[in-house]
Design a protein around this ligand. Structure first.
Ligand SMILES: Cc1ncc(COP(=O)(O)O)c(C=O)c1O
Length: 379
């Protein structure tokens, strides 16, 4: 059975060009980037090329990029490397677990935390952040794009607000890089977390942008790699693949956005043509990511039935899969428990076609009709 993978917010398949480049690196560039001999220098050159590629995409300096193993690691580095006992952190209740699950350790270290909630449109507003402000607020950490909704937060405003109060600002931009333009000369954040596998790059490669002049304690201690901020011999193929994936995503950002917008229109008009009852959660979304409620349905069972029919979508975020609990985030946004349970995340991208979009909607339509019929017979 040919499968349709509509879960690109969870992860993306590797771009074949990136895969080929990584294979060449694995075969041919085996030196340790810290070694001074020729093999080491060849590896070092690959790393610096990748750093420049990412810096070009973000409009920042190459030295402001620190390679990590993941977005999770980048988030941990900032929270654990900045905050000290007595500090206050403002973050949001709908951050990824790579932020939320760090918080208990911070509390044990004596750090105060306030989590602001998204509004009914799925955004974290500056007003909400302002109401959480304390004299000891040291860091504001708000994700740029939410992973369950695809909603974009007003990061420029949030950064400006933070700086006007002498507060550092971090954003988890794992779901944003490669999907929307990111200009760090315009967006005044101090730290930004990124991950390669969300933009058709490899898994196990991430990066942290750290603005020049801001100091950070390392999470990993050991060798002096990454300016003493991230010890360990570098994952050269992963880093090289990340740089290329980011560059390719930036080059075709406009073209991809147009294509995905076209798929979105097709998706929405086909839902309407088939008179499917639905509503979309959240406004100001990145293209191709829908948190969608089919009232009266059971979201987790819809995900399972679609999987059997060859279609992959998710019930909430990938990290929440395997549970059938209603998303707390949707409840925070004002959905009823029943509607939150009836919601799924569908995410598609540049690799998809109108034909696939229509097939997914047709299959959802027939599964909903079938479950309504079964309910009527049993009911
Ligand atoms: C918003 C967000 N932050 C962080 C992560 C974690 O990134 P990684 O898988 O590279 O650790 C993810 C991945 O799902 C994510 O969506």
């Amino acid at each position: 059975m040919e499968r349709i993978y509509f879960d690109i917010s969870a992860t993306t398949p590797l771009n074949p060009k990136v895969g080929e480049y990584m294979y060449t690196l694995q075969k041919e560039v085996y030196g340790n980037p810290s070694s001074i001999h020729r093999e080491g220098q060849a590896a070092h050159a690959v790393m610096e090329k990748s750093r420049r590629q990412l810096a070009n995409v973000l409009n920042c300096k190459p030295d402001e990029i620190i390679f990590t193993s993941s977005g999770t690691e980048a988030n941990n580095m900032v929270l654990k490397g900045i905050l000290k006992s007595g500090d206050h952190l403002i973050s949001s209740s709908y951050e990824h677990p790579a932020i939320l699950k760090v918080l208990p350790s911070l509390e044990e270290w004596g750090i105060e935390i306030t989590l602001v909630k998204p509004n009914s449109s799925g955004q974290i507003t500056v007003q909400a952040i302002e109401s959480a402000l304390q004299d000891n607020t040291r860091l504001i950490s708000i994700m740029q794009v939410n992973n369950e909704l695809g909603c974009i937060n007003p990061l420029q405003e949030i950064g400006e607000f933070a700086h006007s109060h002498n507060i550092l600002c971090h954003s988890d931009a794992v779901q944003a890089l490669g999907k929307i333009p990111l200009d760090l000369q315009r967006i005044p954040v101090d730290f930004l977390s990124m991950s390669a596998h969300k933009l058709y790059g490899p898994k196990g490669a991430g990066a942290l942008f750290k603005r020049e002049g801001i100091s950070l304690d390392p999470l990993l201690h050991g060798g002096g790699q990454e300016g003493n901020l991230r010890a360990s011999t570098e994952n050269l193929a992963g880093i090289g693949g990340f740089g290329l994936a980011a560059e390719l995503a930036a080059i075709s950002l406009e073209e991809n956005t147009d294509h995905i917008n076209d798929l979105e229109n097709c998706f929405l008009s086909h839902l309407d043509d088939l008179e499917i009852n639905y509503f979309i959660n959240g406004k100001n979304r990145i293209p191709g990511v829908f948190n969608i409620t089919f009232p009266g349905e059971d979201g987790s069972s819809l995900v399972m039935k679609l999987d059997l029919a060859g279609i992959s979508i998710s019930f909430g975020a990938a990290c929440a899969s395997g549970t059938s609990n209603a998303s707390g985030m949707l409840l925070d946004m004002g959905l009823s428990e029943a509607d939150a349970r009836a919601s799924v995340r569908i995410s598609f991208g540049k690799i998809h076609s109108r034909k696939e979009v229509k097939k997914v909607i047709d299959t959802i339509h027939s599964l909903i009709k079938h479950s309504q019929l079964t309910d009527a017979i049993e009911g």
